[in-house]
Design a protein around this ligand. Structure first.
Ligand code: ATP
Ligand code: MG
Length: 561
């Protein structure tokens, strides 16, 4: 067995896999799977499951399947299937062979249901949902046996066939397995194997009107695919005895083992497809891939990178005991670190104030050169046109020259500042409008200061960014902030609307250095002194540039709240 370069941090699960290989438990093989239900787009929690399942396979020279757990046609859609495949690929993983579907195995599940009926271990039950729930009891109260439990094999075969051909209405009856109505584990109290759903299925069309329950399908899907290590989240621990019961009572081709790990929960974030769907349906966000969504496609559009998501996953320990409640700031730090390393630099002024350089000739352009990345010469250089009229940020100028140099490292009247990758300039005067608002700075450049230190007597307060007023490109800039003001929006019941950050999206105009507008969609930038931005995947073009804010240069949320 070859072990690849991928190395997940060691955890209970890497230890188990390693021991199993050493002990030749599954003939030395490692097969994992990522099993989403296509009832929504994947979110950050799924990214973790993908990272772990594909990562284990890569690390131990095994394989990982992508299998859609599509047993619930009413909630599932082809759109979700397509989006999930795209997300897994974008994260940088390849599934083994073709994409698989639980629905590929519907014939097999049906055969196995017949197997249980013939063995006297399954029965058609006509209790209503309400009655069934009453018969089930609760954790401390044993359930009661259904009056339909003693039906003969022949009767059950006949009734199940009637279910299959559509002779019963939805909800009229179900097929249940006969285990133990008094079991302390509620999952063993004769759970449902098949229910009637007169719905078209995105893969099997109208072939079936009975569908297996998730519990009846999941373990057997793993068995059919010879999955060796079936990883799921902690809430399925109590289901494991049921899955094992099926594996022992059915002629399955292999025996998978299930291991449970803690769920990933992120502060300020909803990680439930059902709730994310509400945000989409109620139009609180602009679709599943709105850059404010914690969906993989939303984070992608926001400018998060696959490597930052993987890095983040590595930072959160895999636990077999507790869910992981993680601060969103940790994810943001992983994103920031990755972009700092890899994003090209550019300048963009978002709240412009005109600067006229009186000692630079009108109509002329001097082309400045700047590194695309301060530490990566291989990323090349960019050209910045310097002209008589420039824009700087309004906040980077103050008339008050008594401001301390330490506190205000920008331009004040009478003093100097360095324009990034260009000249040192001095502010000599301001022009104001009728309301007294500054509309222009009259400035002069200090000759010979491009790429050179300041001459004697010239003391720039700091370095600021700028663009040429005549040669910059206007761009739409979408400034994003956290969607929720509440730290635990998952736990709050009721309306979402009063938890939404009203400032989660602001659209402004940006004045951009011209080269950056030429970038392809999904190109990452650090706008100097502003933050990280990405050209929008769908809406950006060089003719009408659109940039999404990924994240600020520093953590600001904590200080704001
Ligand atoms: P949701 O509650 O958002 O619908 P789910 O668990 O029902 O999530 P599935 O499509 O069944 O969604 O999930 C596919 C896989 O992803 C499962 O193996 C599940 O355990 C895993 N998974 C889902 N959410 C998380 C999470 N927050 N942390 C870790 N793994 C997760
Ligand atoms: Mg699920």
């Amino acid at each position: 067995m070859t072990v690849s370069d991928t190395k997940l941090p060691s955890s209970f699960i890497t230890q188990i896999v390693q021991d199993d290989i050493a002990g030749n438990v599954h003939g030395g093989k490692v097969i994992t799977r990522f099993p989403p239900e296509p009832n929504g787009y994947l979110h950050i929690g799924h990214a973790r499951s993908i990272w772990l399942n594909f990562g284990i396979a890569e690390m131990f020279g095994g394989e990982c399947n992508l299998r859609f757990d599509d047993t619930n046609p009413e909630k599932e859609e082809q759109e979700y299937v397509d989006a999930i495949k795209a997300d897994v690929l974008w994260l940088g993983y390849k599934w083994a062979g073709e994409v698989r579907y639980a629905s590929d195995y519907f014939d097999k599940f049906y055969e196995w249901a017949l197997h249980l009926i013939k063995a006297g271990k399954a029965y058609v039950c006509h209790l209503s949902a309400e009655q069934a729930s009453e018969y089930r009891g609760w954790a401390t109260k044993p359930g009661k046996e259904s009056p339909y439990r003693q039906r003969t094999v022949e009767e059950n075969l006949e009734l199940f066939e009637k279910m299959r051909v559509g002779a019963f209405a939805e909800g009229e009856c179900v097929l249940r397995v006969k285990i133990d109505m008094a079991s302390p584990n509620m999952n063993l109290r004769d759970p449902i194997l098949y229910r009637i759903r007169k719905a078209s299925h995105h893969q099997t069309g109208d072939k079936w009107c009975i569908y297996p329950s998730y519990d009846f399908a999941h373990g057997q899907e793993d068995a059919i695919e010879s999955v060796t290590h079936s990883i799921c989240t902690l809430e399925f621990r109590d289901h494991r005895p049921l899955y094992d019961w099926f594996i022992e009572n059915l002629p399955v081709p292999s025996r998978p083992r299930q291991y449970e790990m803690g769920r990933l929960n992120l502060s300020y974030t909803v990680t439930s497809k059902r709730k994310l769907k509400l945000l989409v349906d109620e139009k609180i966000v602009d679709g599943w891939d709105d850059p404010r969504m914690p969906t993989i496609s939303g984070m992608r559009r926001r400018g998060y990178t696959p490597s930052s998501l993987r890095k983040f996953c590595e930072m959160v320990p895999v636990s077999d005991k507790n869910n992981s409640d993680v601060d969103l700031a940790i994810l943001e730090r992983a994103v920031r670190d990755d972009l700092n390393e890899n994003a090209a630099r550019a300048m963009c002024v978002m709240n412009p104030l005109k600067v006229t350089i009186t000692n630079f000739p009108e109509g002329e352009t001097e082309v400045m050169k700047a590194a695309c990345h301060p530490n990566k010469p291989e990323m090349g250089e960019r050209e910045l046109p310097f002209t008589r009229e420039l824009y700087i940020e309004r906040d980077d100028f103050n008339e008050d020259s008594s401001l301390s140099r330490k506190k205000f490292k920008r331009l004040v009247l009478g003093e100097w500042v360095r324009l990034r990758s260009a000249y040192i300039i001095q502010a000599n005067d301001v022009v104001k409008d009728d309301q007294g608002e500054i509309v222009e700075i009259i400035a002069s450049l200090v000759p010979g200061t491009v790429g050179e230190d300041a001459p004697e007597g010239v003391r720039p307060r700091g370095v600021i960014h700028w663009v040429s007023a005549s040669q910059c490109v206007e761009a739409q800039v979408r400034l994003y902030d956290r969607l929720f003001v509440n730290e635990a929006p998952d736990r709050v019941e009721g309306e979402f609307s009063d938890q939404i950050n009203p400032e989660s999206l602001k659209v402004v105009k940006g004045y951009l250095e011209p080269g950056a507008a030429q970038a392809d969609p999904e190109t990452h930038f650090q706008f100097e002194r502003e933050g990280y931005f990405v050209t929008d995947r769908h809406d950006h073009s060089p003719e009408s540039p659109v940039f999404n804010m990924t994240i600020g240069l520093k953590e600001t949320w904590a200080s704001k709240n």
